[in-house]
Design a protein around this ligand. Sequence first.
Ligand SMILES: Cc1cc2nc3c(=O)[nH]c(=O)nc-3n(C[C@H](O)[C@H](O)[C@H](O)COP(=O)(O)OP(=O)(O)OC[C@H]3O[C@@H](n4cnc5c(N)ncnc54)[C@H](O)[C@@H]3O)c2cc1C
Length: 484
Amino acid sequence: MVVGEMVQETELVVVGAGPGGYTAALRAAELGIQIVLVEARPFLGGVCLHEGCIPSKALLHAAEVIKEAKLASTFGLHFGDPKIDLNQLRNWKEGVTNKLAAGIVGMCKSAKVETMVGKAIFQDSTSLRVDKEGESSVRLKFKHAIIATGSRPVKLTKLFKKADDSKSSRILDSTSALTIEKIPQNLLIVGGGYIGLEMGTVYAALGSAVTVVEMTDGLLPGVDLDLVKPLANHLQTVFKQILLSTTVVSLEDVGDGVQCVFAGGEGSPKTAKFDRVLIAVGRQPNSDGLGLESTQVQLNEHGFVKIDQYCRTTDKRIYAIGDVSGQPMLAHRAMRQGQVVAEVIAGNPAAFDNRAIPAVVFTEPEIAWCGLTELEAKAKNEKIGVAKFPWSASGRAMTLAEPIGQTKIIYAPESQLILGMGVVGARAGELIAEGVLAIESGAVLEDLLVTIHPHPTLSETIAEAVAVARRREERASRSQVIKD
Ligand SMILES: Cc1cc2nc3c(=O)[nH]c(=O)nc-3n(C[C@H](O)[C@H](O)[C@H](O)COP(=O)(O)OP(=O)(O)OC[C@H]3O[C@@H](n4cnc5c(N)ncnc54)[C@H](O)[C@@H]3O)c2cc1C
């Protein structure tokens, strides 16, 4: 024990106040567990609220309004070019974040969750030290602990020509890109995953000439190609260029820009200069510097904390949830795990056994999917039925002037069980919840077909996709009867 260190005992300590940590803390408090929520930064909400989901979606909303205003000219409404006041845009985005952060503080207060600002470092399997800036540290002795320390952007420092480049204000990560300090004339985005494409959509709408470089041969690696294609086609028209099968070899801040050297990619330039470069190649878990070596907690080869379906680590008193515990690194997975782990600690029957974790890419058009994808089924050699409904036949899509889109259902041909759903088009992220509920509740095709979907809405495309499957099955059984 350090001299001057205070000692405090608690039933449960949660390390990290992101969506995983604060959800676990609130649920645990509701269940009557005495708890301390430790957060290294002087605000609650984590990456999701301050550098992730919420600020990015606020900026994407601004991008959408710009797009809608342009689109309106096709039906006779002419708005002219937008005048962009970056200060006001930034203030509005921060206002959204601050209001939500204040809401979490209020919820913690009324649930009697004690919050403590400081960096937690485990001392052993039953205690951790909280280092507070300018104050003496606190040793917290706990019965249970939850690691919810999240993740941070991968830096790719090996690409930087000079050590100084790593500190260059021209080289951004998703956190600095979200501050929209300036609208660069030319922006290179390294990585064609969801964060890169969402940020590219924002900057392109604000006026940057955006280039995306992706090392694989397509955008959004791992997502079904028929969902990605409409987005890729659209992005070809709003981005300056998309360089596929191309890698960045080096990045150098040359004073008036960042000189980039590329390799591979038919037709890709060998070198080019950009005002700013955003590195969006993924995130890594915050499992280092936590003192986990003083506990029995084990990490996997990628640095994620190993957990079981009860979110238990290999140390029986310590649990882990959210980004630090593995893929998919999404806020709603962290929140669900937060609820599960609180129940488990309270001794209630609960497990993180969800069948479907939805994923949404908030681009224009949006892409959303849940459950089994076609790519996964192919990899597993699993026999599936796929039914698709194009939005060009949707009344609602036409009235919104958004006819680019498709809804598809993936199902088991024998049992007719819904196994997966994929949507590309406006508001796909809102529609996917029906697919998640269908999978979780073991729905079959018929259940979606007989459910009345309000007209005219995009949700009708779900029932329409099922109707496509039914027509196909009926045709197949009629031709079987004829053969017989
Ligand atoms: C640009 C961007 C957009 C995103 N958009 C979406 C989206 O649309 N939908 C979605 O679902 N997900 C999105 N995500 C991912 C989402 O933000 C994360 O999955 C989510 O924040 C993970 O929650 P968490 O609770 O695991 O950790 P985090 O939100 O990372 O919070 C962890 C907290 O732990 C604290 N901490 C770390 N170490 C310590 C320590 N030693 N002591 C005390 N505190 C500590 C950190 O300060 C942080 O506040 C996005 C991410 C980014 C970067």
